[in-house]
Design a protein around this ligand. Structure first.
Ligand SMILES: NC(=O)c1ccc[n+]([C@@H]2O[C@H](COP(=O)([O-])OP(=O)(O)OC[C@H]3O[C@@H](n4cnc5c(N)ncnc54)[C@H](OP(=O)(O)O)[C@@H]3O)[C@@H](O)[C@H]2O)c1
Length: 207
């Protein structure tokens, strides 16, 4: 199994690299040039392709011949970074490849999610402020996911809950909608968010 991890140098990305190696997968990682050194501890065990994750040529090269592609969608800046990343993956991943994307809780596919007032307030207040400061654009992740949902690829979009660091507690439970009772605790270890994404590659129930 050969997998590409896009956004490999981030916290989530590095955990995914480790889980993929633990499973014996061959790993190709993509990250921004100045972040390559964050992957030093994996030297000799993974192939790193430096570049912006919305650079279509970088993604084309990285996902070639990969059976799975794990993508961290980050809505940083106001230039459609997440959307560009997602579109490049959709366009260049091998037909039939397993595509798994991470995003935030504000994404809804069918509008059936029930959000807390706190989450809605964060999105309504932080969203416009972040955009104004040209720091991040939450709608960019919305558009990226809209394109993923509309594609006929073998995709899974994984919405993280609140994340915390710490030892693994095992594979997290999941549910289709925010607000489903099983998700009540709303806290997941970041290492387990990564575990869920890597495990999704071989879980066809999650396609
Ligand atoms: N944090 C949370 O509580 C939370 C909750 C729910 C869902 N999520 C989702 O989980 C995923 C990652 O979350 P995380 O908190 O664990 O963060 P993370 O893994 O540290 O990811 C941050 C990523 O963003 C990249 N990045 C940072 N600044 C950037 C910039 N200015 N331009 C382009 N890329 C930039 C980083 O690349 P470099 O290494 O190059 O800096 C890294 O790949 C996201 O999809 C997020 O929506 C997070």
């Amino acid at each position: 199994m050969k997998v590409c991890i896009i956004g490999a140098s981030g916290k989530l990305g590095q955990y995914m690299v480790q889980h993929a190696l633990d499973r014996g997968y061959e790993v190709v990682g993509v990250c921004r040039e100045h972040s390559v050194e964050k992957l030093d501890r994996f030297n000799g065990r993974i192939t790193v392709i430096p570049g912006a994750t919305d650079d279509r040529e970088v993604i084309k090269r990285a996902v070639a011949e990969c059976d799975g592609v794990l993508t961290v969608l980050v809505p940083r800046g106001v230039h459609g970074y997440s959307t560009g990343t997602a579109q490049a993956v959709l366009d260049y991943a091998r037909p039939g490849a397993r595509l798994v994307f991470s995003c935030g809780w504000h994404i809804s596919r069918d509008g059936q999610d029930v959000y807390s007032r706190k989450l809605k307030a964060i999105v309504n207040v932080f969203g416009p402020l972040a955009r104004l400061a040209r720091f991040a654009d939450l709608d960019d992740q919305v558009e990226a996911c809209r394109r993923i949902f509309a594609s006929n690829t073998r995709w899974t979009v994984v919405r993280g809950s609140d994340l915390e660091e710490g030892e693994s507690q095992g594979l997290p439970v999941w549910s289709r909608h925010v607000g489903d009772p099983v998700l009540d605790s709303n806290v997941t270890r970041r290492v387990d968010f990564a575990l869920f994404m890597v495990a999704a590659i071989e879980n066809d129930e999650l396609v």
